[in-house]
Design a protein around this ligand. Sequence first.
Ligand SMILES: [Zn+2]
Length: 442
Amino acid sequence: MKLSNAAQVVSHYVRANWRWHHLHGAALERYQEQRAQRLLAYVEQHSPFYRQHWAGHDLHNWRHLPTIEKQTMMEHFATFNTRGISKEEAMEVALQAEHSRDFSSNIAGLTVGLSSGTSGHRGLFLVSPQEQAAWAGVIVARVLHRLPRSRVRVAFFLRSNSNLYEEIGGGPIQFRYFDLMTPLNDAVQGLNSFQPHIVLGPPSLLGLLADEQAQAHLGIHLQRLISIAEVLEEQDQRRLQAVFACSVHQIYQCTEGLLAVSCAAGSLHIQEDLVALQFEPVANGPEERVTPIVTDLWRTTQPIVRYRLNDILRLAPAPCTCGSSFRVIAAIEGRNDDLCYFAARTGGKRHFFPDTIRRMILLADARITDYQAVQQRCGQLRIHLAVSPDANFDEVASAVRKSVDETLAQYDCRPAVVQIEEGLLPLPAGTKRRRVQRLAQD
Ligand SMILES: [Zn+2]
């Protein structure tokens, strides 16, 4: 890391710590307002897309500006970013890096990355060295909670690297990056020799590491596990906690920004000094669930202003006991695309959240070790089950069938066409796990 960059990282670290302890209530709102005004003035001047998108709107009333979505961002990529980088240019550099696994190349000094979309719509992101330094400083402040007394070794598993993540090395943190494509045996060997204190990775990978640890192939003594990139389900969190005897925290980050990080008390706080999140209720939801609209208050290279995210969240009703007034996300439940539909008795269809589907399956029988649910059309569901070795699969399957019938009846829906299959679908290397998935839109 260059010295000037290192100084920036440290400066961001210090300021992020200060904001965490001091920004509450009206001060936080004022802070968001100031940052937003500065951001908007810059963006209006340098991003032709936004200038046009906001034409006729009052920028001071920024919380009501028209929203954008991933498709809009990708369609207008060259005029959307403030550096005039074309999508083709950026994509070429990003794809080349993915193939060669060498992530040192950039465009005009900007880091280029590809987001790991589950569908064909991959997002591209551009980050400047200043934004990179800010990210590194903030994430260290928010993940470590306090400066460690001795050196901390952190292992970081990612689908693909980008320059973005190489930044946090040296100083009190020794950081090692593992490519998610690394064969599991190699990763286990690497971890055994590195002996990390903290491991970050998607829960599907952490689950595999837990198997290895349980069989004593892996022998690491962790202070903490941090789940990233996929939905962390309760049953996985409990198992990881049990196997590694440490707390399991989360980072909720996507192409659109660093949205939330677990505090020392384990609550997933929205990073309200970095992003302003607004919420829309999910239509007709029986319980309070929302989807976020994101404004990244810091990034200017690829500005994210009123960006509609597809995720379904549940917010915690009360503030955290840790003292921070940054709001808390009780659960990230999955994506809006993964709502499943069943026919209502009274006509029409009802939607079911991924979390309801999860409970309907997992609570049916304690011998289920893992599951996947795939819906292809309304009123149909294919369930894949992994069961413990001593379990009778037919018994488990009929318990699940009964649970599905009961749940649907409870929500006043007609019986569904349910197929139950033994064994899980393979997860192609490098793809995100989605346990509940709807394939067709209907
Ligand atoms: Zn907290």
